[in-house]
Design a binder for this molecule. Structure first.
Ligand code: CTP
Length: 419
């Protein structure tokens, strides 16, 4: 069974007898780490109550496209209940519609948006999967087959259906897959395989440059972007080593996380592991300087002014890019102005392969959950628009994988030429 840790799954429930299994589907998704919200169609409410799904998901259940009646909102749901279809579409990392009735599949195939669930499916950039459940004659009908072919062409994933005895007494294809299988298949939506078999080393978080046993220099990097990239790279099939400065984040699942404090420790840990890495991504906000001396006892105050002497830290990213052979090396540039110009300079100065640049300040960047990135290499520049860091991380890993695979054959010649 895969994991859905940190994933937001929107479960759509359409009308059909299999809707009674939705409570179990919610439970199975949550068991493997997902945060789940539920959208019900009107038809679904004939088979299972919103209250049941609210209780198992721990969230209000969404039912109306245009919900102007506050009386419809579950008690205690607060502003969450007011989430519109666009917000829900953005919120989701994946949409799973289970059960998906023949009618729902037809509406989805036609691109209709005449209820909340179809509107969200149309508006989301997240992967959409459907678990068909219907009578075997309906499943075998040519119209249903055409709709499924359209959905598949449009990138919708089809889970099942299984075969067996049906609620109507017939036997054949059309049974919804079991909730545990649906949860497992949903987790596979996040495993792309684009980095299968590759070793990736990532740095993340701030560094802590000790001044004395209790004080030090650091910065406000949360580590979220580096951790999200570590998870995205792992999901893409890589063996990931995350070298992290001090953060409050838990170790990402199935990633080897090495905790360090100072830039020097981060440098040493990176160089222990990077010789076998195919890709190195420097996301850490490494302190450029450290106190020149570290007091063994707490420094006592004295006088009105105090001067600190700082010494330069090693540049981890540049040192990795200078290795021969070097892994495909990606750096980050957080800039407050002239983003593209400064980022290009970093690309050239540090001789790295790709730089991911972002503007910091105004709710975007260093501490926030949302971020946008400008990706620059020697070929071109690509913009990844503002989105939650987990999703952004997947897009960035996809981009890195494409460039890595495209350049691998020419890398040696290009590197020789560049130096
Ligand atoms: N980096 C590093 N080691 C350092 C400093 C930075 O590996 N000692 C990496 C970061 O992980 C990031 C990139 O280099 O990928 C950031 O580049 P840098 O030029 O150090 O950024 P700033 O510190 O913002 O630089 P400047 O103050 O010159 O703008």
């Amino acid at each position: 069974m895969g994991t859905l840790a940190n994933k937001r799954i929107l479960l759509g429930v359409s009308g059909g007898i299999a809707a009674y299994k939705s409570a179990d589907t919610v439970r199975r998704l949550r068991e493997i780490g997902a945060e789940v919200r539920v959208i019900m169609t009107r038809g679904a409410e004939s088979f299972i109550t919103p209250l049941t799904l609210q209780a198992v998901s721990g969230r209000p259940v969404y039912r109306q496209l245009l919900d102007t009646d506050p009386g419809l909102k579950p008690a205690g749901a607060g502003a969450e209940a007011g989430m519109g279809h666009i917000e829900l579409a953005r919120w989701a990392d994946a949409v799973l519609v289970a059960p998906a009735s023949a009618n729902f599949l037809a509406r989805l195939a036609q691109g209709r948006a005449n209820d909340l669930l179809t509107a969200v499916c149309l508006a989301t950039e997240a992967p959409v999967a459907v678990a068909p459940a219907m009578n075997q004659q309906m499943w075998n009908n040519a119209a249903t087959k055409t709709n499924l072919a359209t959905l598949q062409k449009n990138g919708v994933r089809i889970f099942g259906p299984g075969e067996g005895s049906q609620a109507c007494g017939e036997v054949g294809p059309g049974r919804m897959l079991e909730p545990a299988d649906l949860a497992s298949l949903t987790s596979e939506l996040f495993t792309s395989g684009v980095l299968d078999g590759l070793n990736v080393v990532i740095t993340a978080g701030p560094t802590w440059e000790a001044l004395d046993p209790v004080r030090g220099l650091s910065n406000r990097s949360s580590g979220k972007m580096g951790y999200a990239l570590a998870t995205a790279a792992m999901e893409a099939g890589a063996r990931v080593i995350l070298v992290s400065g001090p953060t409050s984040l838990p170790d990402p699942e199935r990633v080897l996380t090495l905790r360090v404090e100072s830039a020097q420790e981060m440098h040493d840990a990176v160089h222990t592991h990077v010789p076998t890495a195919n890709i190195f991504i420097g996301v850490a906000a490494v302190a450029d300087y450290r106190p020149a001396t570290r007091a063994t006892e707490k420094i006592k105050k004295s006088g009105e002014k105090m001067t600190l002497e700082l010494a330069r830290n090693p540049d981890i990213l540049a040192s990795v890019a200078a290795l021969k052979p070097a892994p495909y090396t990606v750096g980050f540039a957080a800039e407050t102005e002239h983003v593209e110009q400064n980022a290009r300079r970093k690309l050239e100065d540090k001789k790295i392969d790709l730089v991911a640049a972002n503007r910091v300040g105004a709710d975007l960047g260093i501490e926030s959950d949302d971020n946008s990135l400008l990706l620059i290499d020697r070929r071109d520049a690509t913009t990844l628009p503002a989105q939650p860091k987990t999703r952004l991380a997947r897009s960035l890993i996809q981009h890195i994988a494409e460039r890595y695979h495209a350049e691998r054959g020419t890398q040696n010649t290009r590197r020789a030429h560049r130096r």
